[in-house]
Design a protein around this ligand. Structure first.
Ligand SMILES: Cc1ncc(COP(=O)(O)O)c(C=O)c1O
Length: 373
């Protein structure tokens, strides 16, 4: 299957590393029941939750570029970073394993939830080498340790938002444009996506512009401000443009500025991974009306922000809005039921399992564990 990015700029196909890990294009769908329930009949979803039958979500598109690069260069190990509940880390572990590479994860503290416990158990199950860094400086030492131990290790930044990886979302916007042209969805007035390590939003900014769309991309901030600074979103978008233009001169050398960046800050909740009441309500609404699963760190906050936007902006008058779903939809209940021995995780992470919160293992998600070490 040809990638929309390579269809539009054929010279890129030989000049960029890429390997297929997903199911493309991901479907688009109108959220009919939800629309009727809230009285806004033009809400659409882009199902990147269904991007892979192995592990879906938004990281697959980024990993298709970065893991292809690692493979081409002969790496056997990759290293990446995240909170203890990182979806990006788990996606990397699973997809790298599929390509016979192993992953070292350096994990930092975040609020403990059932989702965090699940992802830690799955990281171990799928063969990650796990390091817990109780302070950022320790993450630095652990990184050095991983390089000393394994020698050649491919570096993937937190969230997978390298310039190369984020091209996955340039391609995603071009994929959406093909679906618009095919009449599957109207051109959205706004796209709402989670804003974490920035690659999804920056890639969509670049891709919608290259596709000639008028759509505004709105990022919903779910991480600390210093990680998501608008200047850095612009910087990443411009680095992607420079990379594309350097590999194929027929890609127009577009420049992005702060005027292109629209961010909603009000749904962050003060801390990465902190559960918010608005997020919980949005998660329940989407499940009850559409049976689509959100999670509380990224996607529920994003959906809550879009609902609030609809309330506050009557002038959009039922224009098409697109919620870009970035969470994995593959269910791992059967894996967790068979393999959930947390004592096999490093000693430094045992504090996460003082109370079982995982519903499929008989735990109570509201039974908060200790605040963290
Ligand atoms: C479910 C989910 N949605 C959204 C994001 C944020 O995307 P980005 O890091 O590209 O900003 C992440 C990042 O880990 C994620 O796991």
């Amino acid at each position: 299957m040809a990638l929309p990015l390579f269809e539009k700029y054929p010279a890129l196909e030989k000049r960029l590393p890429w390997i297929s890990l997903g199911n493309w294009p991901t479907p688009v769908q109108k959220l009919e029941t939800l629309g009727k329930t809230i009285g806004y009949p033009n809400i659409w979803i882009k199902h990147d939750d269904q991007s892979s039958g192995t592990y879906g979500g938004n990281k697959v598109r980024k990993l298709e570029f970065m893991l292809a690069d690692a493979l081409k260069k002969g790496y056997k190990w990759v290293i990446t970073y995240g909170g203890i509940g990182t979806n990006h880390g788990l996606a990397t572990v699973i997809h790298a394993k599929h390509l016979d590479m192993r992953t070292a994860l350096i994990l930092v503290k975040q609020p403990l939830t059932d989702h965090v416990q699940e992802n830690l158990l799955l990281d171990r199950h799928f063969g990650a080498e796990i390091h817990y860094a109780s302070r950022i400086i320790i993450a630095g030492f652990q990184t050095v340790g991983v390089y000393l131990k394994h020698g050649k290790v491919y570096f993937i930044p937190p969230g997978g938002s390298s310039t190369l990886g984020s091209l996955g979302y340039v391609n995603a916007a071009l994929e959406l444009k093909q679906q618009i042209d095919a009449g599957l969805i109207p051109e959205p007035e706004y796209i709402f996506c989670a804003l974490g390590s920035k690659g999804t939003m920056a890639g969509l900014l670049v891709g919608t512009r290259l596709a000639g769309m008028k759509t505004r991309v709105v990022g919903v901030r779910v991480a600390e401000f210093w990680i998501t600074r608008p200047e850095n979103i612009v910087g990443l978008a411009n680095r992607m443009m420079a990379l594309l233009h350097s590999r194929d001169k027929s890609v127009p050398p577009l420049k992005f500025s702060l005027d292109d960046v629209q961010v909603i800050h009000d749904f962050f909740g003060g801390e990465y991974g902190r559960v918010t009441p608005e997020g919980k309500a949005a998660m329940a609404l989407v499940w009850e009306t559409e049976k689509i699963k959100l999670e509380l760190t990224y996607t529920a906050k994003t959906f809550a922000a879009m609902l609030d936007f609809i309330q506050k902006h009557p002038e959009v008058k039922n224009a098409p809005l697109l919620y870009w779903h970035t969470y994995n939809a593959v269910d791992f209940t059967h894996v967790l039921l068979e393999d959930h021995d947390h004592t096999k995780l490093p000693e430094s992470l045992q504090w996460c399992f003082q109370k079982n919160m995982v519903p499929c293992l008989g735990g109570d998600p509201d039974n908060q564990g200790p605040p963290g070490r």
